[in-house]
Design a protein around this ligand. Structure first.
Ligand code: ATR
Length: 284
């Protein structure tokens, strides 16, 4: 690092669990970039002051994570249309005039991960089933709709929340399905996505019978702790193609890195291995 080092970081509370410093640190090291990406532990009540300080401190920008992705929007100079539609911001970019723009790269990360890990799958060819209606689901659904999915079947324990999400996205291709009817909705689907916290270490698994899925369907989980969730394990056992959630985390980081540090980064097996090692170390 020199005095001219480019700065970025991740704003969260808590933030110690975040893999982003390792992820960006890996790329900075691999490309020999004079830059730093640091964890920024910011309490909810300090969010506005911290965000407004970024340009003053010379930051190129930052990622924003739990619990600030929605609240941060009130403190920005601009929010790009995609982030506005998703209703959340995960990437801040400071421009030459010091203005802060909010972007959302989660939909991009989700779709790029599928492109990378399941190249034979295509969004246009069959309906997708999305389980969950929280913030992560919104990004996933927008990604699928923009990629031309003929239908998105949205299943959530609390149906009213699914209906609310469908109403705000206002796209006739979104169909809400009752939680009790979730297994039936897999018929003819080309993709199943778990966006809930079910299956994450310490949580119960997602109870979803996959036997009605077509053999060419892909099953993916945004949870990556563990990497192979019970859902992915069941899908594999049935011979289905699976895509884990770590790739989404990696791919969503690409646009921010490029904007802050001036180089489009690559997703390599070495990077994945580094992050897996970090996850393993944390689980101990
Ligand atoms: P995020 O914004 O990260 O997606 P969230 O807003 O807390 O997180 O959403 C969590 C999702 O997991 C929701 O869809 C939630 O369902 P409800 O809307 O019914 O709460 C779902 N979820 C969490 N625990 C669940 C459980 N035990 N069974 C079914 N769904 C669950």
């Amino acid at each position: 690092m020199t005095g001219g080092c480019l700065l970025a970081g991740v704003i969260g509370w808590p933030v110690a669990h975040s893999l982003s410093p390792r992820l960006h640190g890996f790329w900075l090291g691999a490309y020999g970039i004079d830059g730093a990406y640091v964890p920024l532990a910011v309490k909810p009540e300090d969010l506005g002051a911290a965000v407004r300080a970024l340009p003053k401190l010379g930051f190129q920008g930052a990622n924003v994570t739990v619990p600030h992705k929605q609240a941060v929007m009130a403190h920005l100079d601009r929010v790009d249309p995609l982030a506005r539609r998703i209703g959340a911001v995960n990437t801040l970019v400071v421009d030459d005039d010091g203005a802060i723009e909010g972007q959302n790269t989660d939909a991009f990360g989700f779709m790029e991960n599928l492109k990378d890990s399941a190249p034979d799958w295509s969004a246009e060819s069959a309906p997708a089933v999305v389980v969950g209606a929280g913030g992560a689901a919104r990004a996933v659904i927008v990604g699928l709709l923009d990629a031309g999915a003929p239908a998105v079947r949205l299943v959530n324990r609390t149906r009213a929340r699914a209906e609310e999400l469908a109403a705000t996205l206002d796209d006739p291709r979104i169909e809400t399905v009752d939680w009790t009817a979730r297994a039936g909705t897999l018929e003819g689907a080309g993709l199943v996505v778990n966006t809930t916290t079910l299956g994450m270490s310490g949580n119960p698994p997602l109870d979803l019978d996959l036997t009605g899925l077509a053999p060419e369907a892909v099953v993916t989980d945004i949870v990556y702790t563990p990497l192979e969730t019970p859902l992915l394990k069941a899908a594999k056992a049935q011979g289905l193609k699976t895509v884990d959630g770590l790739g989404m985390l990696i791919h969503q980081a690409r646009p921010g890195f490029a904007a802050w540090f001036g180089r489009a980064p690559e997703v390599t097996p070495d990077l994945r291995a580094t992050l897996l090692q970090a996850l393993g170390a944390k689980a101990e």
